[in-house]
Design a protein around this ligand. Structure first.
Ligand code: SAM
Length: 327
């Protein structure tokens, strides 16, 4: 499984086309809207939010899991959010590209960033070593959460903190009925016809649930246990912030290469994205859609202090709470 995932990500790194968006949140206008919704301030991004919440991390030693080529971590160092980063990724090619880029930078920034090849499913992360565990688009690739989550707790110093920005949506992208219905309606009724064509002018097919066998053959680590991740993570870590970033509609709307059809400089394209955000927020508010992506800042729970599981509030009860009628 891990070998196959490593091969997939090696190949992904080799095929990466500079200047093209890799996913929905790569798109600058989407990123701007996402941050505005998440932090209530269009001028605040992830870097600012983490820095404002935990200014002491400017000197922190950070372990970054599934760091890829470490480009985001490098920005964290450049923006003064973190002090020093040790990154781990299973893909030798991604690590090699990251190491070369960091090496070419030279100077004190290069000295503050080390990348290694390792498998988070089995890696020994040590004990009491790091001030922060950072995981961006990372934990949803981990199958052996029974090893990784306790290892993440163990490797933190006392007062250490977890910062994760990740996908917590349906395991192996088996989208909910509500997601597919919302996406299909929006695609057919609110996206202009020209944007529903690919670069060759062919109609882009509707999104469905991916075939499991094909998905596992392509990348067995993709969303391998993402549907369980939030419950398992919050059993070991107590959130200080757990921020819904959305994505249950937006990620599907702009899935794969579709995001590249939306030109950030075209007002009409931005208007479609803005409207999709509005609908997504409304459906989240009414409990029809969950937030597939979340930013969580958390501390390890004192051992044996797992929270009692809280039953999910029903859609009707939430509607009633919102509009002031009994369910
Ligand atoms: C979606 S990418 C995210 C990369 C980076 N964190 C970012 O946000 O750009 C997922 C990364 O997880 C890595 N990965 C997958 N399974 C892994 C494992 N078992 N151990 C370590 N890294 C893994 C992949 O090689 C890939 O670089």
């Amino acid at each position: 499984m891990t070998q196959a995932a490593a091969r997939h990500w090696d190949e992904w790194q080799r095929r990466r086309t500079p200047g093209r968006f890799a996913d929905w949140a790569d798109h600058p206008y989407v990123f701007q809207r996402l941050c505005a919704h998440a932090f209530g301030d269009p001028a605040c991004d992830f870097f600012d939010f983490i820095q404002n919440s935990l200014p002491e991390l400017a000197n922190a030693h950070v372990l970054s899991l599934c760091c890829g080529d470490g480009a985001f971590e490098q920005s964290m160092l450049e923006r003064g959010v973190f002090g020093r980063v040790t990154g781990l990724d299973v893909s030798p090619e991604r690590v090699r590209v990251g190491q070369e880029r960091v090496h070419a930078l030279g100077g004190e920034l290069a000295a503050r960033m080390k990348l290694h090849c390792d498998d988070v499913n089995h890696a020994d992360l040590g004990s009491g070593r790091y001030d922060v565990v950072f995981a961006k688009s990372a934990l949803h690739h981990i199958e052996n959460l029974e090893h990784a989550l306790p290892a993440m707790v163990r490797c933190l110093k006392p007062d250490g903190v977890l910062v994760t920005i990740d996908f917590f949506g349906p395991t192996r992208f088996q989208w909910t009925e509500e997601q597919l219905r919302a996406r299909s309606w929006f695609w057919r009724h609110r996206v202009p016809a020209a944007l529903r064509l690919d670069e060759q002018g062919q109609p882009i097919p509707e999104i469905g649930r991916p075939d499991l066998e094909a998905m596992i053959a392509m990348d067995p680590s993709e969303a391998v246990r993402s549907g369980e991740l939030h419950a398992l993570l919050t059993r070991q870590f107590e959130p200080i912030h757990d921020i819904a970033l959305g994505g249950a509609l937006l990620n599907l709307l702009l899935y794969g290469d579709i995001v590249n059809r939306f030109d950030p400089d075209k007002e009409a394209h931005r208007a479609v994205i803005a409207e999709a955000f509005e609908l997504e927020r409304l459906l989240m508010e009414f409990g029809v859609l969950d937030s597939d992506f979340r930013l969580i800042i958390a501390r390890p729970r004192p051992s044996g202090n797992s929270p009692a599981s809280v039953p999910k509030e029903s859609f009707l009860r939430r509607l009633a709470r919102r509009w002031g009628h009994p369910p």
